[in-house]
Ligand binder design. Structure first.
Ligand code: GTP
Length: 358
């Protein structure tokens, strides 16, 4: 079975990090998010993947090329303008030759795709939508089903008095090619708002596959951080090249940890890093490859991307720092701040809570 992954969005909520890297390529435990997603597909026997892309497609191509190294066959289709979730899938129709999977390209999950596909075949609908429970369904599109899990209704962002289900669309579908029939090429369509409700109206069979698997949309800074932290905590098990050093510490090859540096698990430190003496890496931090954390610097619950230098006695707390940054001596980056890649923060400067630089 083939999978189509939607990776054409601009990732506006993750700006400024997504100005130079598309959202699906942001690192989770120092590995592009998309690579984790491809690991999951491979685990469930999916060998051919079509990327439906537009925004910064070259980032995917440079990293994955034709997929050979991962044992996959990858194809790329690039949109001239955004076609929406369903229009984007219509746009890759020529690659589809049977039942196929569709993924939003920002969903971190360990869902059992084998069981999802089996369920779809048993139910014999034209679409099976994976649903996941959430605490607050009012900010999502809720889906109502009958006792046989046949979908009855789509309700976009319902007010609390209209909430009849806490199951939302998880952005993972198994579809039959007949879904394309009424869709015109090069037209913007949304699955959630248009195509699925139209199919229901026509009386087509759409089923829900309810999963209790780990599920997180990594699209906002808070959730992106949570994805890394959940991976550190083992709430989702991800494959990593980092080696386990003692309990809760993941460490890349050729990294050095200075004397009296303090490492508080769970943390991850990439390869070729230098953590100088007296530096502190607090729990739930992820340090990218080839980073330098100088003496007396403190990194707490923060994500630092590759090739970044944190100079002496600088302090980072609950923040995200892009690639190739230089955080000057004694600078302070407060909670919720985001520093874009290739940014230099002057020594002693304070970046206040929630501020985005770059
Ligand atoms: P925000 O701007 O922060 O909302 O992010 P986004 O637009 O990148 O993502 P959104 O959550 O809106 O979309 C879910 C998934 O669908 C993401 O993986 C997007 O890359 C993808 N996507 C959204 N719109 C399009 C589109 O028009 N074309 C394609 N190919 N993919 C899309």
């Amino acid at each position: 079975m083939k999978a189509v992954i939607l990776v054409g969005g601009e990732g506006t909520r993750l700006r400024p990090l997504t100005y130079d890297i598309p959202k699906p390529m942001v690192p989770i435990l120092n590995k592009p998010f998309m690579e984790h997603m491809l690991d999951l597909l491979k685990k469930h026997g999916i060998k051919e993947v079509v990327f439906s892309s537009g925004y910064k497609v070259e980032a995917f191509m440079e990293h994955f090329f034709n997929g050979e190294k991962l044992g996959l066959k990858l194809d790329y289709v690039v949109e001239e303008f955004p076609l929406g979730t369903a229009g984007a899938v219509k746009n890759v129709e020529k690659f589809i030759d049977g039942t196929f999977l569709v993924f939003n390209g920002d969903i971190l999950t360990d869902a059992d795709l084998t069981s999802l596909i089996k369920y779809h075949r048993e139910k014999k609908g034209i679409a099976t939508l994976t649903l996941t429970p959430v605490d607050n369904p009012t900010i999502y599109g809720v889906i109502e089903t009958d006792q046989n899990n046949r979908i009855q209704k789509f309700i976009e962002k319902p007010s609390w008095d209209r909430v009849t289900s806490n199951y939302i669309n998880a952005g993972i579908y198994v579809l039959e090619p007949v879904i394309f029939k009424e869709m015109k090429p090069d037209k913007n369509y949304s699955f959630e708002r248009q195509i699925y409700p139209d199919l229901l109206e026509r009386g087509d069979l759409l089923f829900a596959y309810k999963t209790g698997a780990y599920w997180l949309d990594i699209g906002s800074p808070e959730k992106y951080m949570k994805a890394n932290q959940d991976a550190l905590l083992g709430n989702i098990k991800l494959e990593t090249h980092l080696k386990r050093e003692g309990s809760g510490i993941l460490l890349g090859d050729s990294s050095s940890i200075g004397s009296k540096a303090s490492l508080e698990p769970p943390i991850a430190i990439g390869k070729n890093c230098v953590i100088s003496k007296g530096a502190q890496i607090g729990k739930l931090s992820v340090i990218g490859n080839s980073c330098k954390i100088e003496s007396g610097a403190v990194v707490k619950s923060s994500i630092v991307w590759d090739n970044t230098i944190v100079e002496k006695s600088a302090r980072l707390e609950n923040c995200i720092i892009g690639r190739n940054c230089l955080i000057g001596e004694e600078a302070v980056i407060e909670s919720g701040a985001i520093i874009a890649s290739s940014t230099k923060i002057e020594p002693g400067k304070v970046i206040e809570s929630g501020v985005k630089v770059g």
